[in-house]
Write a protein that binds this ligand. Structure first.
Ligand code: G1P
Length: 290
């Protein structure tokens, strides 16, 4: 029996430079996709995948995230006084979503360093990591797809998708051998390779299930791409030591909502799925003389 994955870590200390000036004083994780902040989508995905306890790694100017998942006493009181029961329930449900705690990453030294801040929270359990920028629209929650593979092979798993052309350089990229449809055993991983050096077209997307061995590997790793501690480098240490790692090609659509164009596309896609908005929004889009 594998250990149940109960804990999830959300690195959210990044500066959000791809979305300036909107992210100058408010976190990119709070950018609204239709009417929910980005991070709420992946928190809901984690909960739907069986996660019971969440640690969000924050940094300066990130208090809006904590406030969002907390009870808003004044707002709730006003909504109740005005008889807006449905809205009251909507805002209360956000604070009831999951058990969430927070820790600060004092310096932005990379994804590996961010995850390392979760060492005490995780203890000796296997755990999930979700990057909230990657909003994944999938019938089976993306993290659940990884957990199913973790349970089958009793080893860490990450999510991938195929990326064509030069864009591959924006991702971690794996070299892997397919062992069953959509599941591969990873041989190597490189963070943000040049197009010519990319070992394949299989890009890593922001969902992982790790064993606690990862922390020791991060501590042993050196700074890599961008002068930062990369989780991919820590993974390569474990791979070189013969530790197994698996990759799941996700069944679903991934949006890079931390990028301006990706965010716009995600907004349109999600709005078109909303029964309260879609008819008028679709009519508007059709009226555009593009
Ligand atoms: C991170 C990871 C990278 C992965 C990407 C997916 O990079 O380091 O391996 O491909 O997320 O979104 P970032 O986009 O934070 O630079």
């Amino acid at each position: 029996m594998t250990q149940k994955i109960r804990k999830a870590v959300f690195p959210a200390a990044g500066l959000g430079t791809r979305f300036l000036p909107a992210t100058k004083s408010s976190p990119k994780e709070m950018l609204p996709l239709v009417d929910k902040p980005l991070i709420q989508y992946s928190v809901e995905e984690a909960v739907a995948s069986g996660i019971e306890s969440i640690l969000i790694i924050t940094g300066r100017d990130k208090t809006a995230i904590e406030n969002h998942f907390d009870i808003s006493f004044e707002l709730e009181q006003v909504l109740q006084e005005r008889g807006k029961q449905e809205m009251f329930e909507l805002v209360r449900a956000v604070s009831d979503l999951a058990k969430i705690s927070y820790t600060r990453q004092k310096q932005a030294l990379g994804l590996g360093h961010a995850i390392l801040q979760a060492k005490d929270f995780v203890g000796d359990e296997s755990f999930a990591v979700l990057l909230a920028d990657d909003v994944i629209d999938a019938e089976t929650p993306a993290l659940k797809q990884l957990i199913d593979v973790y349970e089958k092979y009793d080893a860490p798993v990450l999510a991938t998708m195929q990326v064509a052309g030069e864009a591959i350089s924006r991702f971690g990229v794996i070299d892997a051998e397919e062992i069953e449809p959509n599941v591969s055993k990873i041989k190597n991983i490189v963070e943000k390779p040049k197009f010519d050096d990319a070992p394949s077209d299989m890009a890593v997307i922001g969902r992982y299930v790790f064993t606690p061995e990862l922390f020791d590997a991060i501590e042993r790793s050196e700074t890599g791409a961008g002068g930062e501690y990369q989780v991919a480098d820590a993974m390569r240490i474990l791979l070189d030591e013969g530790k197994p790692f698996y990759a799941v090609r996700l069944d679903g659509v991934r949006h890079d909502a931390g990028d301006k164009l990706g965010f716009l596309i995600a907004t349109v896609e999600f709005a078109l799925k909303r029964t309260d908005l879609a008819p008028e929004f679709k009519a508007y889009l059709k009226s555009l003389n593009l």
